[in-house]
Design a binder for this molecule. Sequence first.
Ligand code: UD1
Ligand code: UDP
Length: 385
Amino acid sequence: MSDLKVLSIIGTRPEAIKMAPLVRLLGKTAGVQSTLALTAQHREMLDQVLQLFGLRASHDLDIMRPEQSLTHITARALEGLERIIAAEVPDLVLVQGDTTTTFAGALAAFYHRVAVGHVEAGLRTGDRYAPFPEEINRRLNGVLSELHFAPTSAARDNLLAENPPPEQVHVTGNTVIDALRTTVRPHFCFADPALVSVDFAANRVLLVEAHRRENLGEPLEQICGALVDLLSRFDDLRLVFPVHRNPGVRRTVYRFLGDHPRALLLDPLDPLSFHNLMARAHLVLTDSGGIQEEAPSLGRPVLVLRRVTERPEAVRAGTALLAGTSRQHIVELATHLLTDDEAYRGMARAVNPYGDGRASERIRDHILHYFGRLPSPPEPFTPLD
Ligand code: UD1
Ligand code: UDP
C-alpha cells in the first residue's frame, strides 16, 4: 500500500500552535507522508511558533502585507495554494480553525477534488459578524470539509444541525490542550528581562491580549480605558500585555497604556513564555479564542472581551465570564473579582472542557480509519470535569 499523503496548511499563530502537535505526530506515523505548507498570512508571529515546535515547511507563500485586507489574503492564498496542491497531489488537506487561510485552504483543496479535514470544526456564535470574518469562515469550512474534527460535543451538535453526514463528524478534544501540556513548567525561567522583573508574589498580574478585527477602534479604546481605570483603582496591579503586531491594535494600546509605569507592553511572546506567564497571572482578559481555551485548563479566571463567544464551555463551567467591550462593565466585573476572594476562588478552578491532551492522536486515528488503514475509529473525547 502506498503512503497516505497529508498536506497541512497553516497561516497564523493560533493555527501553528494548534496544528504543531498533529503535524509532529503525523510526521512520526508509519504509512503517512506529511507535508506542511504556509500561506504566512502572519510572518514573525508564525515563525516564532514554528521555531519553538521545530516545524519545517516545504512551501511558504509569504503573503503577509502591512494592514492587509481580507481580499488580499484570500486571493493570494488561493492562487498560491492551488499551485502547491497541484504539485503535491495529497490524499487529504488539513486546515485548522477559522482564519482566512483556513477557508482558502479548504476551497483550494475542493477545487482539486481533494478531501478536506477540518480541525476545530463546529464552533459557532450564530452571529455572522462576530467574530468577523471567522464565523462565516467556519460555516464555509463546514460545507467544504469531508472530515470534521469537533473539539467538544457542543461543537459536534452545531455541525450536526447543518446536516453533514454524521459519520464524518468526530469529537476529538482541542489540540491546543495537547500543545499546552508540552509547554507549562513549574519552575520556568523567562528569557525576557522585563518578565524576570515581574514579582508575581507581590503583584497581582492582569494578563491581557486583544486583537480581533471587530474590536479595532472604539471597542479596543473602551478595553484600554478599562485597563487604565483598573490600574488606578488597585495599586498592587501590574498589567502585562503582549501586543499583537497588527498596527491597528498597536496604535490604540500604546496610546492608552504606553506611558503607564505599571503597564508592561511587550511584543508577542513565543507560546512557551506566554503559557508560563498565563499560568502565573492572577486574571486573564482577552478576546482571543485560543486563550479562552487554555486559561481554564490552567485554573486562571478569564474575562472574555467580546459580545458573544463560540466557546461557551468555560462560561458554563463558571471559569470564564462574557464581559463585552464596555469600559464601565469590564471595570465592574474585574473589580468584583479583585475585591471578593470568594468570587475569585470560585472562578480560579482548573477545568478541562476543551481537551485531555490526546486530540491529535484521535484525529490521526480518524484519518487512518477514513482511508481504511485502521480497522476501527478511536473513542470520542469526553471531558472528565
Ligand atoms: C488573524 C485571523 C484571526 C486570528 C488572528 C490570530 C483572519 C481574517 N484573521 O487575524 O482569526 O484570531 O489572526 O492572531 O484570518 N502582522 C504583522 N506580523 C505578524 C502578524 C500580523 O506585522 O506576524 C500585522 C500585519 O500588518 C497584518 C496585520 O497584522 O496585515 C493583520 O494580520 P491578519 O492576519 O490580517 O489579521 P489578524 O487580526 O492577525
Ligand atoms: N499566544 C502566544 N503569544 C502571545 C499571545 C498569545 O503564543 O503573545 C498564543 C496563545 O497561548 C494561544 C494562541 O496564541 O495559544 C492564540 O492565538 P491568537 O490569540 O493570536 O488567535 P485566536 O486564538 O484568537 O484565533
